[in-house]
Write a protein that binds this ligand. Sequence first.
Ligand SMILES: [Zn+2]
Ligand SMILES: [Zn+2]
Length: 202
Amino acid sequence: MPDSTSCCHATGGYCQRCDLLVGLPGLHVTGVHRDDAGLRVEVESRPPVVMGCPACGVVAHAHGRQRVVLIDAPCFTAPVKLWWRKRRWLCPEPSCPVTSFMEQDPEVARPRALLTSRATSWAIGQMRRENASVQGLARQLGCAWKTLWRAVRPVLEAAAADETRFAGATSLGVDEHVVRHEALLYRMEVGDLHWLAVVAAK
Ligand SMILES: [Zn+2]
Ligand SMILES: [Zn+2]
């Protein structure tokens, strides 16, 4: 098609429009695949000019990539898996306790997280504002409810510990709803699985 205006014909570079669509600053789309399970978006970062060891600061050596699969927020009615080709690095300093390390970006996902940071935020927003169930959200994300719960629990616990959040509240409404929903989630966590099934089915 000589009149094709495909956004992805640029060779040797990244596609600005695909990057804009996916919206993960610092990461570039290298591939997209869609099947019955949902969307798979492959991303990588641009190679840094120089990478310092996080422990000693010595210039590290590139040591290949490792694919990390993350559950991202659903998009275009489909669950999304993010395939992030993370860069690995070696620290050449013999006295450094860090021999190798992997690219990290907590804006995208916390180390060892299974969900992206925005997927976690999205799920918590759905719980708080839309009264969504963990089971229903997990279905939309294409993961097990336990996987989602492990991601949201520490965030909810941190929010619950921040008592100042409710200081000065004079009326019940959205805040009351948030408190009730979080209390519900805590009850789920203590292990009443039968009761959980009832909650999840609502
Ligand atoms: Zn493109
Ligand atoms: Zn080092």
